[in-house]
Design a protein around this ligand. Structure first.
Ligand code: DAH
Length: 345
């Protein structure tokens, strides 16, 4: 019997060492050590041995089994290592290869201008407010001192949805909204950039455009505050050399009212085709908040005053980036928009 065990050991060791993969190794394990395996069969046959022989043969079989198990597990580890190595080799990444090119989008010039304005005014303590584009007649006109039938309503041809609702013609509507919403009727400092709509039917105007509105309400606000604020605003947007000119004008919600021109940044004021040889470009409407507007929206004009201004963002973006046709801003032509994709880097 000892002879038989030795034989099994010798042959099985050879087979284990020659196994060329995990599966073969497993088959060998079953063949010798499994339930019906050869070594197991020997153990089963021990019941026919004498009492003295049993522990001796049992000891030998156990030793051989331990030995085979160790060998199999060692060989198994080798296979596992080889497999891991193969996988690593297969999945190797060459980090020096050129990568795929990502196509980056670019910020639209209008959004750039809006973000720049927001950053500037937030740094001066203003809130940025959003208002509805579908506005009521009340907020767009009435609360801004433009009652029904007021001739100045003709300055802005409107898209009415119902007799009381329209697409807002001016971001000034948000002035009234903020004043009404401000419960404690304390000071206000806000800007509101956003879309506006007018029923324009000539070739040089778009039915939809963008404005930014500014409103400050506080005690002891003077025209000097308005002038200083617009100067900072325009210098930031168009360059430090920019000069401002205030021309008396009329808006129903401000008194006095002004149209504000900036010195032509193309010719510096000497006259060119952009400024039609005048040296100036009209850019903003502004003024001191009309006492009626304060009163109508819950502020006591004896106690509080304020200034307001509004400007078209499309023109501002055109001037800032030298865009010659406003329609470029609305065409989504990638060749145009792509020119802005390097600007943040
Ligand atoms: N809302 C005016 C417009 O669209 C612009 C404007 C003028 C806004 C005077 C103001 C202002 O806040 O005070 O033409």
């Amino acid at each position: 019997m000892e002879e038989q065990i030795k034989n099994i050991e010798e042959i099985s060791i050879k087979e284990i060492l020659n196994a060329s993969n995990e599966k073969e190794l497993n088959d060998i394990k079953v063949k010798y050590l499994g339930k019906k395996g050869e070594l197991t069969a020997v153990l089963r046959g021990m019941k026919d041995l004498s009492k003295e022989q049993r522990p001796i043969i049992g000891g030998i079989v156990n030793k051989v089994r331990d030995n085979l198990e160790n060998l199999i597990s060692k060989k198994g580890k080798e296979f596992a290592e080889l497999e891991l190595k193969r996988k690593l080799e297969e999945e190797k990444i060459d980090v020096t290869l050129p990568s795929n090119k990502f196509i980056r989008g670019s910020k639209h010039p209008l959004n750039r201008v809006i973000e720049e304005i927001e950053d500037l005014f937030v740094s001066m303590g203003y809130d940025v407010i959003d208002g509805p584009e579908l506005e009521t007649d009340e907020f767009c006109f009435e609360r801004l001192n433009l009652p029904k039938g007021h001739p100045a309503r003709d300055m802005q041809d409107s898209f009415y949805i119902t007799s009381e609702e329209l697409l807002r013609t001016q971001t000034s509507a948000v002035q009234a909204r903020v004043m009404v919403a401000n419960q404690d009727k304390g000071p206000i400092r806000m800007i509101c950039p956003g879309k506006t709509y007018r029923k324009e039917d000539d070739a040089t105007h778009s039915h939809q455009f963008n404005q930014v509105e500014g409103l400050v309400i506080d005690k002891d606000i003077t025209l000097a505050h308005l002038k200083g604020t617009l100067e900072v605003f325009m210098k930031k947007m168009l360059g430090e050399k920019t000069k401002l000119r205030f021309r008396p004008s009329y808006f129903p919600f401000t008194e006095p009212s002004y149209e504000v021109d900036v010195s032509c940044f193309k010719c510096g004021g000497s006259g060119c085709n952009l400024c039609k040889q005048t040296g100036w470009i009209e850019l903003l409407g502004a003024g001191m908040v009309h006492p009626n507007v304060l009163k109508m929206n819950g502020y006591n004009p004896e106690e509080y005053g304020g200034f307001a201004f509004g400007t078209g963002l499309d023109r501002l973006a055109m001037f800032k980036y030298g865009i010659t046709d406003m329609r470029y801003l609305y065409r989504n032509d990638v060749r145009f928009l792509k020119q802005f994709d390097q600007m943040d880097i």
